[in-house]
Design a protein around this ligand. Structure first.
Ligand SMILES: NC(=O)c1ccc[n+]([C@@H]2O[C@H](COP(=O)([O-])OP(=O)(O)OC[C@H]3O[C@@H](n4cnc5c(N)ncnc54)[C@H](O)[C@@H]3O)[C@@H](O)[C@H]2O)c1
Length: 447
């Protein structure tokens, strides 16, 4: 039941959504938060973006983007008529009617959920919360986080949850650089644990997303996001394992997937690669396995998928050494050109990228590496420090020719694959990126 107090705050809130006088707050302006802020400005709302990283807020205020696939012109459009303000001053929280939390949810060194950013964010909101606001956790996390971690912190504000302060969970489904779906056209799952919060959450998000998908609770919404990512992780592991078997049997896994996906029902194509990357698929499943232990439950699919996917960079490194040796080149004297650092095509995101691990493994084998990614320059890995090998600023014909082999780890559209094959002695292709190359196919080794 919605109480009278909640009802009066809700009426004001709903009125502000309707006449667009509502101020949207987005906390965490990264790969997820910035597109979210963009969506709300484009739907006519004023947005205040918060980030502890002042270099980001300063860039945004100058109309500059720091995300490769989001051009600065988009930020400039958001800055027009001051639709977007970006700040590290959390006292401005009081000005916002909604607060979407889009901060990182990584794993710690023991591969357990690290909710430091979520906790810190909730704590930094507390002094400035006021009645009538809606707080939405959007970071990917295990079921129970909103209720067990965020709510107890927000309650320190002394505001009554579900009456004076509305709280919900709505997972982000952003897919950076996906040209087919926009932030607005990807349906949004929403969950809240009291009727007033549910109403506020659904009213707010349906103002800007084409479709919302309400579920019964924060926990159900949290779990739905993990199911999506675990489904992906497990299926990628399956095709990665199939790829290894196909290699042994002399079959081309990509040809086989292309054939299988012609079935009009019951099959969805997933593609193998050099390993998992990004902030989501290699990490999120382990949020659930950690939580499952509380219930004496072992998530065997997740563990098995993790094992298969984690092994892929080692497989690639071993295959490279094998191919070089088959051509009479010892690893200790080999020169290799590596193409692609980002974890997936057409983005600049190298978080958890298998390329970083593979570079390290190849260098340990004594192979002299040069590497190039048209979307990334000067990348330093948090785990491995500066990348081993020599970074190329451009991909010249000479740079390709001067190596014993070229290893393709990311299938960016910006690469000219015909030219790469023409000037390489051998191309070891982990993504089937050279599928459309018509000449000198004998040089290509799919692995
Ligand atoms: N990247 C994706 O494609 C994607 C897709 C769907 C969901 N997600 C989820 O969304 C969440 C955010 O991911 P991301 O890729 O945008 O991360 P990101 O690292 O790109 O951005 C997070 C931002 O939060 C800021 N931040 C950290 N602590 C903060 C704090 N206490 N207060 C304010 N700002 C803080 C960081 O400075 C950074 O700018 C994660 O839970 C992730 O799993 C990511």
């Amino acid at each position: 039941m919605i109480t009278e107090v909640a009802s009066s705050y809700l009426d004001t809130f709903i009125g502000k959504v309707a006449d667009r006088s509502l101020t949207v707050g987005v906390v965490g302006l990264g790969y997820v938060g910035l597109p979210v802020a963009h969506l709300f400005t484009s739907r006519g709302f004023r947005v205040i973006g918060f980030d502890i990283d002042q270099s980001k807020t300063q860039k945004l205020m100058k109309g500059e983007s720091y995300i490769g696939h989001i051009p600065s012109s988009v930020v400039q459009e958001m800055r027009k008529r001051d639709r977007l303000t970006a700040t590290s001053d959390f006292s401005c929280i009081a000005q916002a009617d909604t607060l979407s939390i889009c901060v990182p949810t990584p794993l710690d060194r023991a591969r357990q959920p690290d909710l430091t950013a979520v906790r810190n964010t909730a704590e930094s909101l507390v002094p400035y919360l006021r009645p009538g606001q809606l707080v939405i956790l959007e970071s990917t996390t295990y079921p129970g986080t909103t209720t067990e971690v965020v709510l107890p912190i927000l309650q320190r504000s002394k505001l009554k949850i579900g009456e004076e302060l509305f709280v919900g969970y709505s997972p982000e489904r952003e897919d950076p650089a996906n040209a087919q779906f926009t932030t607005r056209s990807i349906p949004r799952v929403t969950g809240a644990n009291d009727p007033a919060s549910r109403r506020a959450l659904e009213t707010f998000l349906s103002s800007s997303f084409e479709k919302i998908v309400p579920v019964s609770s924060c926990e159900a919404a949290e779990m739905s996001k993990l199911l999506e990512n675990i489904y992906r992780c497990v299926n990628i592991a399956l095709v990665n394992e199939m790829k290894l078997l196909c290699q042994r049997m002399g079959l081309n896994i990509w040809e086989i997937i292309d054939a299988a996906k012609t079935k009009p029902f019951g099959f969805q194509a997933f593609y193998p690669g050099p390993g998992l990357g990004g902030h989501c698929i290699p990490i999120d499943p382990f949020y659930l396995s950690w939580k499952a232990r509380e219930f004496d439950f072992s998530t065997r699919f997740i563990e098995l998928a993790g094992e298969v996917n984690t092994n892929m960079p080692y497989e690639v490194a071993a295959r490279v050494a094998e191919h070089l040796s088959a051509r009479g080149v010892a690893s200790s004297s080999a020169r290799l050109l590596v193409l692609g650092l980002a974890y997936k095509k057409n983005v600049d995101d190298c978080r958890e990228s298998p390329s970083v691990k593979i570079l390290k493994l190849l260098c340990e084998r004594g192979i002299a590496i040069s590497y190039f990614d048209p979307h990334v320059s000067g990348y330093v890995s948090h785990r491995y420090g500066p990348l081993p090998g020599v970074e190329l600023r451009e991909l010249t014909d000479d740079a390709i020719q001067n190596n014993d082999a070229t290893l393709i780890l990311t299938d960016h559209d910006a690469f000219d694959y015909e030219r790469i094959v023409r000037f390489s002695k051998t191309v070891i292709d982990t993504r089937n990126a050279t599928a459309r190359v018509t000449t000198e196919r004998g040089k290509i080794i799919l692995t």
